[in-house]
Design a protein around this ligand. Structure first.
Ligand SMILES: *[C@@H]1O[C@H](CO)[C@@H](O)[C@H](O)[C@H]1NC(C)=O
Ligand SMILES: *[C@@H]1O[C@H](CO)[C@@H](O)[C@H](O)[C@H]1NC(C)=O
Ligand SMILES: *[C@@H]1O[C@H](CO)[C@@H](O)[C@H](O)[C@H]1NC(C)=O
Length: 203
């Protein structure tokens, strides 16, 4: 997107420079409610968010339908909440790439609800082995005067501290037509906070 950069960008750059050394944060429910009813979209955007990836889930399963045939899948899902916006984006990805399923090398798109109050695109990537989790989002504030609309584009990185359990089951008396074995990984849901380490604004 071409456009005229605002002096604002410099201010944000300085503000965000001091936030880049952020440690991974996972907040409890009470701190997630701090979105002020009075805070405008532009104010929230300029206050550097942060995002919440709500109910972050990773799970996977490997099922052998016969000793020689496997069905594999890994899934990531969460709701992306940006305190500047009145709606959440739905983020979902699936993979069949053994062993880790997600390698942090591919961006997956999130989707806005059909009745979203403004335009926003968001994407994420995830590395299962290290927990590295990247978010990128752009948005236009719905409350702004159409003549002076500012587009924001922010990105951030954190580490998701997944706590997972693996369960294995094998059919001790397997015969054709029955599942031979399954191995599934389930992780507790997390609300993950991501502070932008880069935020641009232009009109
Ligand atoms: C934000 O800007 C960067 C760099 O221009 C771009 O690669 C990225 O796709 C943008 N993010 C979104 C969600 O549009
Ligand atoms: C194993 O399966 C066969 C055929 O279904 C059955 O006849 C046999 O009793 C089973 N054995 C055990 C130990 O469950
Ligand atoms: C995440 O936050 C939401 C909203 O406060 C809450 O309903 C949910 O239970 C939280 N989930 C976890 C895993 O803490």
């Amino acid at each position: 997107m071409a456009g005229r950069f605002l002096p604002l960008n410099l201010v944000l750059g300085l503000l965000l420079a001091s936030l880049t050394a952020s440690a991974p944060l996972v907040l409890g429910e009470s701190r997630l409610r701090r979105r002020d009813a009075g805070q405008s979209c532009s104010d929230a955007s300029m206050n550097a968010l942060p995002w919440t990836a709500q109910d972050f889930d990773f799970h996977s399963s490997v099922t052998f339908s016969t000793p020689a045939h496997q069905i594999v899948g890994g899934w990531v899902s969460f709701s992306l909440r940006n305190p500047a916006l009145p709606f959440a984006m739905s983020c979902f990805a699936s993979s069949s790439q053994l062993q880790e399923f997600f390698y942090g090398d591919q961006w997956f798109s999130c989707s806005a609800p059909p009745d979203a109050a403004t335009v926003s695109e968001a994407e994420f990537r995830f590395d299962r082995a290290t927990g590295r989790f990247d978010i990128s989002q752009n948005w236009v504030c719905p409350d702004a005067d159409p003549q002076s609309r500012i587009t924001f584009n922010a990105s951030g990185t954190t580490t998701v501290p997944l706590d997972c359990a693996t369960s294995r089951w094998q059919n001790g008396n397997w015969s054709t037509g029955h599942v031979y074995s399954t191995e599934s990984v389930e992780c507790g849901l997390l609300n993950v906070t991501i502070v932008p380490n880069d935020l641009e604004a232009w009109s």
